[in-house]
Design a protein around this ligand. Structure first.
Ligand SMILES: Cc1cc2nc3c(=O)[nH]c(=O)nc-3n(C[C@H](O)[C@H](O)[C@H](O)COP(=O)(O)O)c2cc1C
Length: 298
């Protein structure tokens, strides 16, 4: 009995050590089981800083949202009638002429960073956005939202957000190689066009849809679909005689989404200032690759 009472404090210490050791081990196991993914994601982001954080998070949010089971089943969709389709056909001569004319028009498109404050009719912008909305989309989900901003104060708020992030991008995040690659284009973090252009068009991809009954709908290939519609939008602007500069402001997505009161399923893909070119606008004298460098014919 006496021996036991002498040994009690020793046993207590040993017991504490064992429990402490087990706790430390279990924490280590937890860390090592989650850290490779985190390390991989972090090093991937470091290697590819142009992949915006805001664009990277859709897989995660889809997986998380999946768990709450509030998704619409495909069999809930209505049966869709199919209708005859016979668009206008051209003669070969007309096709040749139209394809050449369209190429000539599009070959004149340039990214213009000097935009005139001159007003542009609102209806033209409406038609341009309508045209962008004709793009194909995965399972016809039309996963795009075009936010058109002409309000002076909102444009200025956008400029403040973009310039603050872009200064950090150029100074810290992009790295010497990227900054050097951009030097010839003379771009930097000062974006006067965000105040000056009569319209800013911010294009959001909807990572999933939200139906009137609050159920969520899968938006297949949403980023590719929205990118296709952006291409059509650029062509429509060119066709209307307007200019823009394609911009993908890195790390500004969440702040701009909140400023523009867009829901969490929408992620900023592109920001386009739109207007007429300034009378003293200049562009870098770039050359485009010839056909034989971009096409492989088999
Ligand atoms: C996905 C994408 C992102 C771009 N991001 C920017 C940008 O953030 N800032 C900018 O001034 N130009 C940006 N550009 C414009 C390119 O610099 C421009 O398209 C390229 O230099 C070719 O010139 P061009 O558009 O006049 O043919 C971007 C273009 C694309 C396609």
């Amino acid at each position: 009995m006496a021996l036991l009472s002498v040994l009690t404090p020793v046993l207590a210490v040993v017991l504490c050590l064992v429990i402490g050791f087990m706790l430390v081990r279990s924490r280590d196991t937890e860390t090592t089981s989650t850290s490779p993914d985190k390390t991989k994601a972090a090093s991937k982001a470091n290697l590819r800083p142009w992949v915006d954080q805001d664009l990277q998070d859709d897989t995660e949010s889809t997986a998380r949202e999946d768990e709450d089971g509030d998704w619409v089943d495909s069999n809930e969709e209505e049966d869709l009638p199919h209708v005859p389709y016979s668009p206008k056909r051209y003669t070969e001569e007309t096709m040749l002429e139209r394809s050449k004319d369209f190429y000539t028009l599009m070959n004149q498109r340039r990214s213009v960073r000097f935009i005139s404050p001159e007003p542009v009719p609102r209806e033209v912008i409406d038609n341009v956005i309508r045209t962008a909305g004709t793009a194909p989309s995965g399972a016809h989900t039309e996963p795009w939202t075009f936010v058109v901003v002409s309000d002076t104060e909102t444009k200025h708020q956008i400029r403040l957000i973009v310039e603050e992030e872009e200064e950090m991008n150029y100074r810290q995040r992009m790295g010497d190689k990227w900054v050097n690659d951009l030097a010839k284009l003379r771009t930097n973090w000062v974006k006067e066009y965000l105040d000056v252009a009569p319209y800013l068009v911010l294009i959001f991809k909807q990572t999933y849809g939200i139906l009137p009954n609050s159920k969520k709908k899968t938006h297949y290939y949403n980023e590719i679909s929205v990118s296709v519609s952006c291409g059509i939008l650029l062509a429509a602007l060119q066709n209307a005689g307007l200019v823009t500069v394609t911009s993908t402001p890195l790390n500004c997505g969440p702040q701009l989404r909140v400023l523009l009161k867009r829901p969490a399923n929408e992620k900023l893909l592109m920001l386009l200032p739109v207007g007429y070119p300034a009378s003293d606008a200049t562009v870098p004298d770039l050359k485009r690759k010839p056909l034989d460098e971009i096409m492989v014919h088999m």
